[in-house]
Design a protein around this ligand. Sequence first.
Ligand code: PMP
Length: 338
Amino acid sequence: MSILRDLSSAVGHTPLLRLRHASELTGCEVLGKAEFLNPGGSIKDRTALGLILDAERRGLLRPGATIVEGTAGNTGIGLALIGASRGYRSVIFMPETQSREKIDALRIAGAEVRLVPAVPFKDPRHYVHIARAYSESLNEQTPGSAWFGNQFDNTANRDWHEATTALEIWEQTEGKVDGFVCSAGTGGTLAGVGRALKARKPAVQIALSDPTGSALANYVNCGELVAESSSISEGIGSSRITANFQDAPIDLAWSIPDQESVPLLHQLLREEGWCVGGSSGVNLAGAVRLAQALGPGHAIVTILADAGTRYQAKLFNPPFLREKGIPVPEWLDQSFGG
Ligand code: PMP
C-alpha cells in the first residue's frame, strides 16, 4: 500500500515539468519544479514544514501553542494548514497590499489574519517586527504559548530546501542539471538548492532572477543595496540581505521587468496549460536568460512556486495589466469580452 498518513507527508515530492516553449526557444531542457502542487498550493509549504519540524525538535513549539508569522501570504497558508493538522493555531501578519485570494485562503485555512500597512523593513510597523513583538507579548503572558517562525532569518528554512527541494532536483535530473535559477523572497529556496547542488557538482551555475524594484540583483552585481520602483509579482524581491539569502552561492543575477516575465506566464498558460503566479513568470524569464547564457544542450531547472489562480484579479485581469503597462494578449482580452 502507498498511503500518506497526514498533510505533512504530502509536502514536497513534486514533479519536474519540461517547459516546451522555453526549451525550444533556447535549445536547452528548461524544467520547472511544480511546487504549486503542494497541499497548500505553494513552495512555501516546504518552508512551513521545515520551520515547524525544527521548532518541535528544539522544544520551541509545544502542543496547543500558537504559531505567529509575518508573511506575504504563502508561508502563512502553509503554517496554518500544517499547523491545523498538528494541533496548533496560527496568527498571521501580512501587508495589506497582498492579493485578496491569498488573504481569503489564509482565512479558509483557519488562520487569524492581521493586515498591517506595507512599510519598509526599517519601519517598526513592518509586518515582521509586529509579528515578532506579538509573539513575545503572548510568551510574556504565558511562557511557551507562542512560537515566531521567523522565515526570513531562521535558516531552518534554507536547510529544509537543501535536504528536500535540492535532493529531489538532483535525483529527478539524475545529476544532469547544469543550471538552477529562481527569485528570492527569504532566499531560502535559492540558498538551499544552490548550496546543495554546488556541493554535488561545483560546475552547476546558480542564478538569481530578481523582480524590478528589488535590491538583490544589483547587490550581487555591484555590492550596493538600493531598492526602487516595484513589481506586480508578490512574495519575491527584498531590500535587505536576510540570514537565509546570505550564503547563497550566486554566479549570475538579473533584474527582470514585469513586461518580460508576465507575457511569458501568459504564454505558458495559453500554449502549455500551466497556470502559475507572478514569481514563476520571473523565474521562467530567468531560466530563459540562463539557458541563453550557457548555450544549447544544457539542463536548466527553475521553480513554479504557486498557481496563477492565487492572483486572478491582477495577473489575468486586462484593465489591471493595462494600468501597469503590461501587454494584454488578444486571447485574454477576448475571454473577457474586450
Ligand atoms: N514565490 C512565491 C509565490 C512566494 O510566496 C515566495 C516566498 N515569499 C517565493 C517565491 C520566494 O521563495 P523564498 O522565500 O524561498 O525566497
